[in-house]
Write a protein of this length. Structure first.
Length: 389
């Protein structure tokens, strides 16, 4: 990569800063010479940008490297404690929030119930929660790099607008601008599964993967796609609606109003509903009750069928997208081997020849703060990149 040439030197400097921060994030610690070799920037550019990053506190001289015959080099690394980020996961009845450092490490986690989800209520609650998180951690407000929010729906990330969310009953809500006005820092909003993908790309299993698919299984089923190291959102922010691909023509009614969606067969609410139809005598009311009856042949068949449907959908995704890694997260990771064993088999059986032979499919253990941490990664991306990835 070479430095840009042109009249706007501030743009050149910003791009070079982000290039160096990204290299240190993914490959650090590195010396100034190694940064020069990896980036293609001139030695003078490296010296100037590194000095600026050190002055800003984002990069620190960490240790002395091994000598190759001359003076031992000073190694540089990202100072992850230099800034913080706040991430929100917005749900129908509540708001989860975390404060993290630049490595995505969670320092505080709080939850607030929401009486309703009007934009005004969400903004007011998010603003007070941000203040509370900073207070809990003793962090001055000028160290807050930004805020990220993940929510279910179709999101225009560039405009910061929730185009449509059936869960929240929002249409064309400029939620990012409203939050920025209330909190006073840059705000990034995105679909919650894309936030999950951003976290995996920056800090998780996909840190060194250029082509990555993350899949959430739980109340719904969604996917986030990383192509060439960048989250792919499609023309209008709707890419990755895996749960609304059709698994059975004229099948079960989905919450979206269509018939036969994958989500209507393999999400957690769908599994409970199908169990009530297939095994009414068991009186299954929750997903845990369903799992407690997994030895029942009817429930075992139901879990196997649901996993096969998701695995077949993933095979279609693999055939179209050819990822090098699939990461599955969400509450549904608890569904067990009947579900995920059949998922893996269906994926291998239905993927095009060779595409899934050595494809890792990893389950990501899911903590209470995972979604909000993913949203914080959206804000962290702004520190390491010129635009949201």
């Amino acid at each position: 990569m070479r430095s840009l040439r042109g009249n706007d030197q501030s743009v050149v400097r910003a791009l070079n800063r982000n290039a160096i921060l990204n290299m240190l994030l993914r490959n650090g610690p590195l010396s100034r010479v190694q940064l020069k070799d990896h980036s293609g920037l001139s030695g003078a550019a490296i010296t100037a940008v590194v000095a600026e990053l050190i002055e800003d506190g984002l990069v620190e001289e960490q240790a002395i490297g091994a000598s190759t015959g001359g003076r031992p080099p000073m190694m540089l690394s990202v100072n992850y404690s230099a800034r913080t980020a706040v991430g929100f996961k917005l749900m129908e009845r509540g708001l989860d929030a975390v404060l993290t450092n630049l490595s995505g490490e969670v320092h505080a986690h709080i939850h607030r119930d929401l009486p309703e989800t009007s934009p005004e209520t969400v903004v007011r609650t998010a603003s007070s929660m941000t203040t509370e998180l900073l207070r809990q951690c003793g962090v001055p407000s000028d160290r807050l790099a930004g805020v990220g929010m993940g929510l279910s729906g179709v999101i225009d990330v560039v405009a910061g607008v929730c185009t449509h969310s059936s869960y929240l009953q929002w249409r064309n809500v400029p939620i990012a601008a409203l939050l920025e006005q209330a909190i006073g820092v840059p705000v990034v909003i995105d679909n919650d599964v894309n936030a999950f993908a951003a976290a995996e790309r920056l800090f998780g299993h996909g840190r060194h993967a250029l082509h990555l698919a993350v899949v959430s299984v739980g109340r719904g089923i969604g996917s986030g796609l990383v192509a060439n190291g960048r989250v792919y959102r499609g023309a209008s922010g709707g890419a990755g609606e895996l749960g609304h691909t059709v698994t059975e023509r004229r099948g079960r009614l989905c919450d979206c109003g269509k018939l036969g969606c994958l989500e209507a067969y393999a999400s957690e609410p769908a599994l409970v509903s199908r169990a009530q139809e297939l095994a009414a005598d068991l009186n299954i009311l929750t997903i845990q009750m369903l799992l407690d009856h997994a030895a029942d042949a009817r429930i075992a068949a139901l879990l196997t069928d649901a996993g096969e449907r998701v695995g077949t959908a993933l095979a279609n995704l693999v055939n179209l997208f050819n990822p090098e890694l699939i990461v599955i997260g969400g509450e549904g990771v608890r569904l067990g081997e009947l579900y995920f064993g059949s998922l893996r088999r269906a994926l291998r059986e239905n993927a095009f020849d060779g595409l899934a032979n050595d494809l890792p499919v990893l389950l990501e253990p899911w903590g209470d703060d995972a979604w909000a941490r993913g949203a914080a990664s959206l804000a962290i991306s702004r520190t390491f990149d010129m635009e949201v990835n």
